[in-house]
Design a protein around this ligand. Structure first.
Ligand SMILES: [Zn+2]
Length: 230
């Protein structure tokens, strides 16, 4: 499970200095003029402290705004900032992107059977955080990043989604740790018997010594389901 540890930074160029990062202040400004209302989320430049106003409501008729939202704006509701920053419409309107670096952590939950031969893992993102699946798999399985990349190339880590690049939604993958594939026809599978191995794939197996240590392998991910194939 991927969980935020703090609010993401807002990527936006500061007019007062060269900085491109703002920190949401958690405060809102509401301006009601006759029957029209404007509301902004205030953000502060991380370098010079300059205030930027991110538009939340723009010349809306007061009656069209949900009273509950007005109430939260007036009371600087702490959860509202996070909700608004994750709202694509708010980001588009203000032409901002989010910087999630160091703003989340991977919670792998209770210890379980990641050392099984075949492990199904589902990864849940509690916010739309753009993450690199290969990096998460490496961290969650206690494997070096290069090893994960190799297992993906060899088809021993498989997923319905592309594991290269970034994702910002839930995904699942299967890790096939076993040296001997028990089924055939799956992409990337290499049979131990038969013709000589493809020279580009000199290794048949992951030697025990290169796998995760016993301690680190007995970790799991929250919400993971797993099956052994024996
Ligand atoms: Zn600045």
């Amino acid at each position: 499970m991927v969980v935020p540890t703090r609010l993401p930074l807002v990527r936006r160029r500061c007019h007062a200095c060269a900085s491109e990062r703002f920190r949401a202040s958690g405060k809102f400004r509401v301006n009601a003029n006759h029957k029209l209302i404007d509301a902004w989320l205030l953000a502060l430049c991380t370098v010079c402290g300059e205030t930027a106003k991110l538009t939340v409501l723009e010349r809306m008729t007061v009656r069209s705004v949900r009273p509950e939202l007005l109430d939260r704006l007036h009371h600087n509701d702490p959860g509202l900032t996070a909700e608004l920053l994750q709202d694509p419409a708010v980001r588009r309107r203000n032409r901002i992107a989010l910087d999630w670096d160091n703003a989340w952590r991977l919670d792998t939950g209770r210890s379980d059977h990641l050392d099984r031969e075949v492990v199904d893992v589902s990864v849940r993102l509690t916010a739309r955080i753009p993450v690199r699946p290969a990096r998460l798999i490496a961290e969650g399985c206690g494997l070096p990043r290069a090893e994960v990349e190799r297992l993906i190339t060899e088809g021993r880590i498989v997923s319905a989604v592309a594991l290269s690049g970034r994702l910002s939604s839930n995904f699942a993958f299967t890790l096939k740790r076993s040296a001997l594939p028990r089924t055939t026809g799956l992409p990337g599978m290499v049979r131990r018997t038969g013709p000589s191995p493809d020279p580009r794939r000199p290794r048949w197996t992951v030697p025990r010594s290169r796998g995760p240590s016993p301690g680190s392998s007995r970790r799991s991910w929250a919400g993971a389901s797993r099956r052994g194939r024996r």
